[in-house]
Design a binder for this molecule. Structure first.
Ligand SMILES: Nc1nc2c(ncn2[C@@H]2O[C@H](COP(=O)(O)OP(=O)(O)OP(=O)(O)O)[C@@H](O)[C@H]2O)c(=O)[nH]1
Length: 529
């Protein structure tokens, strides 16, 4: 017999569907999030770069306008001064007026063609009468054009830039220059112009001079610092405006827009840390995730429910086949199948189990049947007795045996003997009811079990069978007779085997009393008496 090893799987179809669907859902979700993250990132970086470029351009234009207006003011004053160069009171007055007329300057200085400071406001600077010393300070003397100096440390010790304008007399002789000082540290006009635009979103602005040093930065300490190493500053010297993603001199990744100031050659840079832009993106993505999660959960619940519906018929069929394999007697129940594969599997299983059941039943019947007479054999008899005993069904027993059967065999042959046995079985069937149990217990020995039939009635039935046999002509063998013994369970004996023995004893009693007769066992209470 083929031994089937039963394997228990923790994984079933429902779980498989759930795992597969979850994988699909999560992969799609991750894919969608990743793609939208990439697209959003690209859009935000591009937008920020463009916004910063536009912003830097606007600030560069504002700064340019401011410097042009300063130079215009210096030009106006230089004309006045050229007319009154020998009138020191008038010059002082003009320098004072220059400071008062606008809040744009921190100081005003008048320098002669020889490089001597011949007037300075506010007078507290205390530099009048001193000579310009270094190359930077004296550069306007060489250029003799409107020119912006710096950044540099002024003779009074301030870090500053200084728009200058030359002074010429009516004959075109160079007389010197007038310079406006704009201090770079502390509260100054550049800060006022640029810091107003300092954004809440961490965008900030700085301005570099033509020499790559910081002219303006919201962090005061950095003013004057050399930032020529910065990629943007390099780009500024090459083209007017643009935008770049760069790493600044502090090692921070920045999205920088830049533009140069035409009048001065300064560069304005508006930049925002990439991390700030990315944190906004993270907020957006976590918001997207939050709005997606309920739908994903709903989708998973649907998949779970639908997966259950798909798996249920197959799961029930698997359970049924497990029972069939275990050999458990199953009354094949109806399984609701709602799709093609499950319906056909159910029908195939149902058909096979039914066919198998019928086969098993047939084999079982054959095992309990005598093949010559088709009556029950000893195995069939024992099964019936077991059931009757368990159910406490009272019954009469008729044991019968063909008289001198050996002679039949000897006279007519074994084959004719067999037909006699078959014919007698037929007579027994005719004299019995459907519920009676008829057995061939040995060669020419038979037993009849008659449920719910009292012994007196059974004796009459035995007598009828004896008579019927005696009067029947058996083809080829002629007439035969039988002897019969009758007992009853439990009235003859409560011991089943003893009741059988009593029927057998009565049979031998009938043989001993001359054969072709019926003998009845004595009832148990009669025995006792
Ligand atoms: N043809 C045939 N003969 C069988 C079969 N089974 C047993 N026999 C024969 O039945 C005979 C029984 O003989 P015995 O036990 O001596 O009894 P008997 O001749 O019937 O005599 P009593 O029973 O004393 O009347 C034997 O000759 C067996 O060979 C069978 O299946 N077919």
């Amino acid at each position: 017999m083929v031994q089937i090893n039963k394997t228990t799987h923790w994984l079933d179809l429902k779980k498989l569907i759930l795992i597969l669907a979850s994988l699909c859902i999560f992969t799609s979700l991750l894919n969608a999030l990743f793609s939208s993250y990439q697209v959003q990132k690209q859009v935000m970086v591009t937008d920020t770069l463009e916004a910063n470029r536009a912003y830097a351009t606007k600030l560069a234009d504002v700064t340019d306008l401011f410097l042009q207006s300063v130079l215009m003011q210096l030009k106006a004053s230089s004309n006045v001064i050229a007319q009154n160069l020998n009138n020191s009171a008038q010059i002082d007055n003009e320098l004072k007026q220059m400071l008062v007329r606008t809040n744009s300057f921190d100081s005003v200085v008048l320098v002669s063609a020889s490089g001597k400071i011949i007037g300075a406001q506010p007078s507290s600077l205390g530099i009048t009468g001193t000579m310009l010393k270094n190359e930077v300070e004296t550069s306007p003397l060489r250029k003799q054009t409107p020119y912006i100096v710096g950044p540099f440390i002024s003779p009074a010790g301030n870090l500053m830039v200084s728009p200058t304008h030359p002074i010429f007399d009516n004959n075109g002789n160079y007389l010197g220059f007038i310079a406006a000082g704009i201090y770079l540290k502390g509260d100054n006009i550049l800060g006022k112009l640029l810091s107003n635009h300092h954004h809440q979103d961490k965008t900030y602005v700085y301005v570099t001079g033509p020499n790559g040093k910081l002219i303006y930065h919201h962090d005061d300490h950095r003013i004057g610092q050399d930032v020529t190493a910065n990629e943007v500053v390099t780009s500024l010297t090459r083209k007017g405006s643009g935008a770049n993603q760069i790493i600044n001199t502090q090692g921070v990744e920045m999205l920088a827009g830049y533009a140069s100031v035409e009048t001065s050659g300064w560069g304005v840079v508006a930049q925002r840390p990439l991390a700030v832009t990315m944190s906004q993106l993270s907020d957006t993505m976590s918001h997207v995730l939050k709005t997606t999660v309920p739908f994903t959960v709903f989708l998973l619940i649907c998949v779970l429910g639908f997966g259950g519906l798909i798996a249920k018929p197959l799961w029930r069929l698997a359970k049924l086949s497990e029972q069939v394999q275990d050999g458990r007697n199953i009354d094949f129940p109806h399984v609701a199948t709602w799709y093609y594969e499950a319906t056909w599997l159910y029908q195939a299983m149902h058909g096979s189990v039914k066919h198998l059941g019928a086969q098993v039943q047939r084999f079982d019947d054959e095992r309990k049947q005598d093949q010559l007479t088709l009556l029950f054999n000893r195995r069939g008899m024992e099964k019936w007795l077991e059931t009757a005993y368990e159910q406490a069904t009272p019954f009469s027993i008729i044991a019968l045996d063909i008289d001198h059967f050996k002679r039949v065999n000897d006279t007519f042959g074994h084959h004719i003997g067999d037909t006699v046995i078959q014919k007698l079985a037929e007579l027994m069937r005719r004299n019995a009811r459907e519920q009676d149990h008829l057995c061939r217990s040995g060669g020419e020995e038979f037993l009849m079990f008659l449920p719910h039939v009292e012994i007196s009635q059974a004796t009459k039935i035995a007598e009828r069978l004896r008579h019927c046999t005696e009067t029947t002509v058996f083809a080829d063998a002629g007439h035969i007779t039988i002897s019969l013994g009758v007992s009853h369970w439990p009235t003859c004996s409560e011991d089943l085997h003893h009741a059988l023995k009593l029927a057998d004893r009565s049979l031998y009693q009938a043989k001993a009393n001359g054969r072709n007769r019926v003998e009845q066992a004595v009832l148990a209470n009669h025995n006792a008496a």
